[in-house]
Write a protein that binds this ligand. Structure first.
Ligand SMILES: [Zn+2]
Length: 148
C-alpha cells in the first residue's frame, strides 16, 4: 500500500483511540506514535519515501520481510517503551504498526508476518492502483468526519 494509505488508515485508528479510550499521556503524542507505527515498517523499502534514508537496510533485509513481521513489531515496540517509559505510547506504536501489516497483507506481494518463516500473508490488491487510492480517499473522509 502507498504511504498515504497507511498514514490515513493509522489516522482513523488514532482518532478513534484518542476519542474513545482513556489513557495516561498526551493525546497528540499518542496519535503521533500511532502514525509512526503506521509507516515505520517501510523503512525496509529503499524506494519508499520513508525508506530512502535507510537504504543500507535493503542490503541485508528484503522489503516486506523482517520489518513487516510480528517479530520486529514486538522488538521495536519494546524499544519505544524503553525510550518513552509510557506503555500507552508503545501500544499506540504497535497498533499503528499492525495497521500497516494488515493493509500490506491485502496486497498480492503480501508480508512475512511470521518471519523468519517463509509463509506469506497476501491478498489480491496491488499497491498504487485504484483500490489503494479509493481506500486512501475513504480513510481521509472518515478522518475528517471523526475530527468534527
Ligand atoms: Zn509496507
Amino acid at each position: 500500500m502507498m504511504l498515504w494509505t497507511h498514514l490515513s488508515f493509522a489516522l482513523v485508528i488514532g482518532l478513534f483511540v484518542i476519542k474513545n479510550i482513556s489513557f495516561s499521556g498526551n493525546p497528540i503524542t499518542l496519535l503521533a506514535f500511532i502514525l509512526l507505527g503506521g509507516f515505520f515498517p517501510d523503512i525496509d523499502c529503499a524506494t519508499a519515501l520513508v525508506g530512502t534514508p535507510f537504504k543500507f537496510i535493503n542490503m541485508f533485509l528484503r522489503h516486506r520481510g523482517f520489518f513487516h513481521s510480528i517479530v520486529s513489531g514486538t522488538a521495536v515496540t519494546i524499544i519505544v517503551f524503553l525510550l518513552t517509559g509510557n506503555s500507552y505510547y508503545a501500544l499506540g506504536f504497535l497498533l499503528g504498526f499492525m495497521s500497516h501489516l494488515f493493509l500490506d497483507s491485502t496486497t498480492k506481494r503480501g508480508i512475512s508476518f511470521f518471519w523468519p518463516s517463509k509463509i506469506r500473508m497476501r491478498g489480491k490488491l496491488k499497491t498504487g492502483r485504484l483500490p489503494d487510492w479509493l481506500l486512501f480517499f475513504m480513510f481521509v473522509i472518515i478522518s475528517v468526519l471523526m475530527w468534527f
